[in-house]
Design a binder for this molecule. Structure first.
Ligand code: PEP
Ligand code: MN
Length: 347
């Protein structure tokens, strides 16, 4: 039985190049990282989904041949790569790959996921399902369910961030609330984080990794290349094998003293009162907004008034500054509340 992706008491660490470029690059990377017993599996891109045509799209089957050869020197180390077509799964099985992952651009499409699920039937591959590019937890869970229906039991979810209107300095916006919701809904499913594709920059890989472990993720998948600056794909975010070891050395398992329960409870009770008050105020605000909507309908006014919206947003952000609140945070909350008001007034 394939026992990769089983959670024990240490994080699952998957590392390796974004893409297999040539046998030497692959061998050098693996030789340096597979000897570290914290590395649980090697990743390597064989077929690369590129946003724009014309870039390096992976070498395909020859990379599987290199893996097959290199694997002989590391018989206990499992290997994984990305699959997007049923033919990819057949080739992975043929070359003894242990696990596969479904990339963000594939998870987004239920037709493609069903085709992959069909091809996985009867195999013992472990399967990782990356989140879809859109921040849609249902689509992510749906893809996992399709893979489960094919009889695969060794499945993990991988959080690699989302394409959003503003990515806030990340390559892919982490929107941590989405993987947290996935974990709430599927508590037994291992949840890994891909800090490389979230950050998109070398300097962000370590802090995002630490954040993920602090949020109780079960492991990490990290891109690693012997000469990142000259990598054929994702050169900005890959780290060297040495940097990987340093990163793993630096990861802290947070230990803390339990605060006195009375102190904590007293503060939490205060929070609960404030949360209830926030809801009460929101409900009151929505009622007022509905009344305004009635007037707009009566006078045939457009629901959305850009000038008024501009004033509200500027006023809230200025107030946030004076109260020491993060402006971006208040902007997002105000946008959400305004969006909900418009939706109610439309009805
Ligand atoms: C990758 O892991 O190399 C990759 C292409 O990832 P994603 O599907 O998350 O973009
Ligand atoms: Mn990559």
């Amino acid at each position: 039985m394939n026992n990769t992706l089983i959670i024990n008491n240490k994080p699952i660490i998957i590392a390796g190049p974004c893409s297999a470029e040539n046998e030497n690059q692959l061998r050098t990377t693996i030789e340096q990282i597979a000897k570290d017993d914290r590395v649980s599996m090697i990743r390597c891109g064989v077929w690369k989904p590129r946003t724009r045509p014309g870039g390096f799209e992976g070498v395909g089957e020859p990379a599987l041949r290199w893996i097959e050869t290199i694997k002989q020197n590391f018989p206990s180390v499992p290997f994984c790569c990305e699959v997007a077509r049923p033919e990819h799964i057949e080739l992975c099985l043929q070359y003894g790959i242990d696990a596969v992952w479904i990339g963000a651009r594939t998870t987004v499409n239920p037709f493609l996921v069903s085709e992959l699920a069909e091809a996985l039937k009867g195999s013992e591959l472990a399967v990782m399902v990356k989140n879809p590019i859109t921040p849609d937890v249902e689509l992510w869970i749906g893809a996992i369910e399709r893979i489960q229906q094919s009889g695969i039991s060794n499945i993990a979810a991988v959080h690699r961030g989302f394409s959003t209107y503003n990515n806030f300095g990340y390559r892919n916006n982490p929107l941590w609330e989405i993987p947290i919701e996935l974990k709430r809904r599927l508590p037994m499913m291992p949840l890994l984080c891909d800090p490389s594709h979230i950050g998109g920059r070398r300097s962000l890989v370590a802090p995002i990794s630490q954040m993920a472990l602090d949020l109780h993720f079960d492991g990490l998948i990290i891109e690693c290349h012997p000469d990142p600056a000259n990598a054929l794909t994702d050169s900005q975010q890959q780290i060297t094998p040495n940097e990987l070891i340093n990163l793993l050395d630096g990861l802290k398992k947070r230990t803390y003293d339990e605060p006195a329960p009375t102190d904590l409870n007293r503060l939490r009770e205060q929070l609960d009162v404030i949360d209830a008050e926030i809801l009460r105020l929101l409900s009151q605000r929505m009622q007022l907004s509905k009344d305004i909507g009635d007037i707009k309908h009566e006078y045939n006014m457009p629901i959305f008034q850009p000038q008024r919206w501009q004033q509200v947003l500027e006023r809230q952000m200025a107030a946030a500054r004076t109260m020491g609140l993060d402006e971006q945070f208040i902007k997002e909350i105000t946008e959400k509340i305004h969006g909900e008001s418009l939706r109610m007034q439309e009805q």
